[in-house]
Design a binder for this molecule. Structure first.
Ligand code: ATP
Ligand code: MG
Length: 139
């Protein structure tokens, strides 16, 4: 098993609904460790770049609008198999498919407002971490 880093984001709906502490407790109850965390308001440009892979999808405009609708919390998580482990803790993209006991299964009910983001591969984790954090901010 490899020790990995992954990028997590608590989306505007999580901040708005005052559930960031509850979400962090799901992370901290796993073997993952939060080694960096900050609140920020994404610019339209940042949201477009972050989700660039989806730029041709029908939901892209709605996604960018949502991601810039309020502050988010970006985090770096570390642990064994952090990328896939966090995806498991998050649950399926569509909360209707997400299992109980996962963040999306317990706190979300709409695919377009699904509370959290997690990197989907080690390569994307590296890119996404560098997008938001300088190496010296990872403690
Ligand atoms: P994320 O990248 O946010 O962690 P994910 O990797 O589970 O989510 P993606 O396929 O990357 O899912 O989609 C990115 C985001 O776009 C989803 O989290 C969701 O908010 C939104 N999204 C995806 N599919 C749809 C859809 N069919 N309708 C509306 N929004 C969608
Ligand atoms: Mg994704």
């Amino acid at each position: 098993m490899a020790i990995e880093r992954t990028l997590s984001m608590l989306k505007p709906d999580a901040v708005k609904n005052n559930i960031t502490g509850k979400i962090n407790s799901y992370i901290e109850s796993s073997e993952l460790k939060i080694i960096a965390q900050k609140m920020m308001l994404l610019t339209k440009k940042q949201a477009e770049l972050f989700y660039e892979i989806h730029k041709d999808r029908s939901f892209f405009l709605e996604l960018v609008e949502f991601m810039t609708s309020g502050p988010v919390i970006v985090q770096v998580l570390v642990g064994e198999n952090a990328v896939s482990k966090y995806r498991q803790i998050m649950g399926a993209t569509d909360p209707k498919q997400a299992e109980k006991g996962t963040i999306r299964g317990d706190f979300a009910d709409d695919i377009s407002e699904n509370r959290v983001h997690g990197s989907d591969s080690l390569e994307n984790a590296r890119k996404e971490i560098a997008f938001f954090f300088a190496e010296c901010e990872l403690v």
